[in-house]
Design a protein around this ligand. Structure first.
Ligand code: FES
Ligand code: FES
Length: 148
């Protein structure tokens, strides 16, 4: 049994130690905003925050979480009004939307650690988040706008 703090709420889950956090979130806690893409830490669709750090939940075993808080896309704000979410709307970033929760979680982690990122900082921080719809230019513009 693991006692996790997810989006500020205590959640007890009875799962094997090697269960990826992605499956804990989706199957056990029913938070479906975090997406499965590749399952091998290559696409970024499953990005969440562990503490303040963006991590790939598909390869993070629940046993590695300890007492660090987990934040998912659902936990960023009550009504979608986090500065990064607002910038995403302003720049009309999403196309199919599948990758976007992961993109936003990576962007928020970047801005939390570096509120005024350079283009190179943004490219480096976002390089692990793949978008099959190629929304990269709008993602970059939205991050710059959220940073202002
Ligand atoms: S599903 Fe986790 S990185 Fe692709
Ligand atoms: S918006 Fe479709 S995969 Fe990124």
């Amino acid at each position: 049994m693991y006692d996790l703090t997810i989006n500020g709420k205590s959640q007890k889950v009875d799962v094997a130690p090697d269960t990826p956090v992605l499956w804990v979130l989706r199957d056990h806690v029913k938070l479906l905003g975090t997406k499965y893409g590749c399952g091998i830490a290559q696409c970024g669709a499953c990005t969440i925050h562990l503490g303040k750090v963006a991590v790939r939940s598909c390869t993070l075993p629940v046993s590695a979480v300890g007492n660090q808080p987990i934040t998912t896309i659902e936990g960023l704000s009550d009504d979608g009004d986090h500065a990064v979410q607002k910038a995403w709307l302003e720049h009309d970033v999403a196309q199919c939307g599948y990758c976007q929760a992961g993109q936003i979680m990576s962007a928020v982690a970047l801005l939390n650690s570096n509120p005024t990122p350079s283009d190179a900082d943004i490219e480096s921080a976002m390089s692990g988040n793949i978008c099959r719809c190629a929304t990269y230019l709008r993602i970059k513009a939205a991050i710059k706008s959220a940073a202002e």
